[in-house]
Design a protein around this ligand. Structure first.
Ligand SMILES: C[S@@+](CC[C@H](N)C(=O)[O-])C[C@H]1O[C@@H](n2cnc3c(N)ncnc32)[C@H](O)[C@@H]1O
Length: 251
């Protein structure tokens, strides 16, 4: 089974979506700093849609792309419940084929780390470049190698959610030979019939910042910032767990 199937529902009601709320809150200051006033937004790997829906509610025209049917189903149901218009599409971000271009493209919360080979990242950036208007911004985060190999590995197992009806345990590990981080996720949920269990193994890769920068350049995306803190808009440090890039498409 692929990832974000059984886990999708746990994700949608867990602490995970706090990140989307935070990014929706912080994005205006980033856009102001880089003098962008996007009307159309493409949110890559939009997951269960929280960020896309929040941006739509702020008045943007939003399209969300993801390759998990379960995440997209939750996203559409959420948008309908909130009476918000968002276009959700099932597609692989490595092969974007839009016949239109967006003012802003975003990709949040480890999503690019799910691309396990550099050519996958390069292909994604090429698709982003084609789908972005000239001068449009591409803003994304990515876990660093330090974040995955050190910070993720601080505890061999921890409880991510613990409520009367939900219990989720994360067990991280790191393969130094292949440079891959793995998160084994086990979730329990209670319904009328009792408890049921899901298991998923999520694998992520961190990339040297230089590889990301070269891949951006190859895709004609000009890096205008690499940040270690998106709240303070400060530079990365050697122990940054996550970095945010702001890149711009040049004609
Ligand atoms: C950690 S979740 C982040 C979701 C959302 N961006 C957020 O901030 O909550 C990672 C998402 O990436 C999606 N994903 C992973 N690989 C993908 C790919 N190749 N194409 C499209 N989506 C992908 C997964 O289905 C999942 O929804």
């Amino acid at each position: 089974m692929s990832v974000y199937e059984g886990f999708a529902f746990f994700y949608s009601i867990g602490t995970y979506t706090q990140y989307s709320h935070r990014m929706a809150e912080l994005l205006p200051q980033i856009l102001e700093k880089y003098q962008a006033k996007p009307k159309t937004i493409l949110d890559l790997a939009c997951g269960e849609g929280t960020f896309a829906i929040l941006m739509s509610q702020k008045g943007h025209q939003v399209t969300g792309v993801d390759n998990s049917e379960s995440m997209l189903r939750i996203a559409s149901e959420r948008a309908e419940r909130e009476q918000t218009q968002v276009e959700f599409l099932n597609a692989d971000m490595r092969s974007l084929t839009f016949d239109r271009q967006f003012d802003l493209i975003t990709c949040w919360f480890d999503s690019l780390n799910y691309l396990l080979e550099l050519p996958d990242l390069e292909q994604t950036f090429q698709g982003v470049s084609k789908s972005l208007k000239n001068d449009g911004l591409f803003i994304f985060d990515i876990n660093t190698i330090y974040g995955l190999a050190v910070n993720w590995q601080r505890h061999p197992a921890y409880v991510e959610q613990d409520t009367p009806d939900i219990f989720v345990v994360h067990q991280p590990s790191y393969d130094y030979e292949r440079n891959l981080a793995t998160m084994r996720i086990t979730g329990f949920m209670r319904d009328q019939e009792g408890w049921f269990r899901i298991d998923e193994v999520h694998t992520e890769r961190g990339y040297p910042l230089e590889d990301i920068q070269t891949a951006l350049k190859k895709a004609n995306l000009v890096e205008i910032a690499c940040l270690g803190s998106v709240a303070e808009l400060g530079p990365p440090t050697p122990d940054s767990s996550r970095v945010w890039f702001v890149a711009q498409k040049k004609a």
